[in-house]
Design a protein around this ligand. Structure first.
Ligand SMILES: Nc1nc2c(c(=O)[nH]1)N[C@H]1C(S)=C(S)[C@@H](COP(=O)(O)O)O[C@H]1N2
Ligand SMILES: [Mo]
Length: 198
């Protein structure tokens, strides 16, 4: 078991300001859930500021080595869920397939149906960020992002794109879907970086 985040002993120290604990796992997203019936049409694309684009098939993606990750997740709508145990693919595993151009500083995650979210490259590359496949022993359901979702537990959970299909490397920060609609560009739950309406 790898504890990526350093989780304090006292559960109260694990709940950011303005958050309330939930035992369940709410489903939240914009638009409809994609249900896949032909995985030969699925791929994951690494593009933008890379020396050579890399597209991986479902079969090859699922053959990547997996690891266990444990974390707490914090949704901007104020629920937090502690002690999640995931099986996923380390970002470093994926990144061993591409060479980044030196100008790359930010990442745009592209999900099914064109939904996007942005984050700094540094945050994407953290050892605690990963591509999640199983949650608490169960394969991700379509509602929670199957076959694979991004998990970036140190930021509000909207940065954890469900139904991930592409990772774009960029030379500057650009707003994704919710960020264009008033959500914070970074989204640190400990600083309550929820919305940024100006
Ligand atoms: N593709 C996609 N991913 C998404 C979203 C979305 O609308 N589309 N919503 C985000 C938001 S706002 C949250 S809180 C989490 C919710 O994940 P869950 O439904 O598994 O709890 O997914 C995030 N990832
Ligand atoms: Mo959210």
């Amino acid at each position: 078991m790898q504890f990526g985040q350093k989780l304090p002993q006292d559960p109260n120290d694990r709940v950011p300001p303005g958050q309330t604990l939930t035992q369940g796992w709410p489903v939240l997203h914009y638009g409809s859930v994609p249900y896949y019936n032909d995985m030969s049409k699925w791929d994951l694309r690494l593009f933008g500021l890379v020396e050579e684009e890399f597209t991986i098939s479902y079969k090859d993606f699922m053959a990547f080595p997996r690891k266990e990750f444990a974390n707490d997740i914090h949704c901007v709508t104020t629920w937090s869920k502690l002690d999640n145990v995931w099986e996923g693919i380390a970002v470093s595993e994926l990144m061993s397939k591409v060479k980044l151009k030196p100008e790359a500083t930010h990442v745009m995650l592209h999900a099914e149906h064109g939904w996007t979210t942005n984050l700094p490259l540094e945050d994407f590359l953290l050892e605690t960020s990963f591509l999640g496949i199983r949650h608490n022993g169960v394969l991700l359901t379509p509602e929670h992002g199957a076959p694979v979702r991004m998990v970036v537990p140190h930021l509000y959970f909207w940065k954890s794109a469900k139904w991930l299909r592409g990772i774009e490397f960029m030379a500057k920060d650009k707003p994704g879907f919710w960020e264009r609609n008033g959500y914070h560009m970074y989204g640190d739950p400990w600083k309550e970086e929820r919305y940024d309406f100006d």
